[in-house]
Design a binder for this molecule. Structure first.
Ligand SMILES: [Zn+2]
Length: 267
């Protein structure tokens, strides 16, 4: 099977990790290339750090993930909560994706909860066809292949989607996915517990590395256990954890035919 290239495009520097690190690990295990893109720099995601310091810290966190997963991680120079379907952001994303030349692009659902997620989804949709149009951004050669489009299955969704969906077992990838999520220390142990009103006293200290990983695993596991339960009729018996990817409403969408090549480990 020929090499495939996967681009996950999230709004913030942790979205791809939370939603799609299992798929990324599946691709890397085959020797296939993976790039994560964050459309925003993450500089609003903290209750006390300055925006400039936070953006720098979060960039470093993405670099730790890139090293851990052996992937590229691109963070765009857009402040948090300012992702918009502007021409500037459209062309910048177009250039990044053309240079990587993905076979599969996954992004947020168009109706996701956060405006940055929704506009990231729109931007990815906006460039889907333009990747092949040479007169748009002629400084980077247009692609001479189709790029398949899919959406993440957001953890907060509670029912099966009507669109074509691929479920990916991630039991064997879970520990490393947890380690990738845990690289985002500013998020997993500071901002997200605070903004979600979790018990801050229950967070293990930085000196307790194993406790920190277990904290993230226990917190994040139910969402992926729910997906495994939702698609248990098609997943291998005994699958405990799964990610799911479903068709985006574009001509080059994920479908039963292209999924055979793009998800050889999927169901
Ligand atoms: Zn986000």
């Amino acid at each position: 099977m020929s090499e495939k290239r996967l681009a996950l495009v999230g709004a913030h520097p942790d979205d791809c990790d939370i939603l799609g690190a299992g798929l990324a690990l599946r691709y890397r295990a085959l020797g296939w290339k993976v790039m994560f893109v964050s459309m925003a720099n993450g500089d609003c995601g903290h209750q006390s750090m300055s925006r400039a310091d936070l953006a720098a810290r979060r960039k470093a966190e993405t670099e730790a993930v890139a090293n851990l997963l052996d992937i590229d991680y691109t963070v765009m120079d857009v402040p948090d909560c300012e992702v918009m379907p502007t021409l500037e952001q459209r062309w910048n994303l177009l250039r990044v994706l053309r240079r990587f030349a993905p076979d599969l692009v996954v992004t947020h659902h168009a109706l996701d909860y956060h405006p940055d997620h929704r506009y990231t989804s729109q931007l990815v949709g906006d460039v889907a066809y333009l990747l092949k149009v040479p007169h748009c951004c002629p400084d980077v050669p247009a692609l001479r292949k189709n790029t398949v489009q899919a959406f993440f299955y957001a953890a907060r969704q509670t029912g099966r989607m009507d669109e074509f969906t691929v479920a990916v077992p991630i039991d064997e990838q879970w520990d490393k996915k947890v380690a990738a999520m845990a690289c985002h220390e500013s998020q997993m142990y500071e901002w997200l517990p605070w903004v979600d009103f979790r018990d801050m006293d229950a967070i293990p200290p930085a000196s307790d590395a194993a406790g920190r990983l277990a904290y993230v695993s226990d917190w994040r596991r139910p969402a992926f256990a729910r997906l495994a339960e939702m698609y248990r009729d098609r997943l291998p018996a005994g699958t405990q954890l799964a990610e799911a990817y479903y068709a985006a409403p574009y001509p080059t969408s994920l479908n039963a035919e292209n999924a055979k090549e793009l998800f050889p480990f999927g169901c």
